[in-house]
Write a protein that binds this ligand. Sequence first.
Ligand SMILES: [Ca+2]
Ligand SMILES: [Ca+2]
Length: 191
Amino acid sequence: MESNVDLKENILDLQKRVAQLECNKAKQDAKVSILHNALFIASDAYNGHHYYLTQHQPTSYTNAEKVCNAMGGYLAEVDTVTEFRFIQAFLRRKIKSSQVILLGGTDANSEGTFINPNSSTQGYSEWYRNQPDNGGYKEHCRSIMESLGHDIGKYLMNDIPCDIVNDNFYKHGYLCEVPSTVDVRQETCEF
Ligand SMILES: [Ca+2]
Ligand SMILES: [Ca+2]
């Protein structure tokens, strides 16, 4: 049987270890917060959600979706014209004209009918003239960008390939939508 002295030492030892773990966690949280802020630009709140823009190339719709899911949200889905105006205003301040930002929604199941996977609805769409055009018969994902041609200066939708890659001119990023109640920096821990 352990003496009271041994027990007291054990308790003190455990308290010290807990303090160390708490200190380590605080340091890790600070690092995660710095990295997150370096990768994502947060919008103001809109209708109980925040939007997180990254100009980090997603490589594919599926990968971008996974990152948004890990943050506790999904690729941004436009449900109403008011939401679209909010997103347009946010991107107008944050992206350059050669940047293409992936949104949620594909027409992979039925050509020409874009469905937002989180809401399972078509939501609200505002396409560029002659879009969606399913260019090369392979454009099944929804994006938003500033037009360089007709409708110049607008930020409207265009369908693009889902396995998007940067080229000499266009640089890709994506937009996540996360409920404001979620702490996006804590969502990657699962127990
Ligand atoms: Ca298509
Ligand atoms: Ca297109």
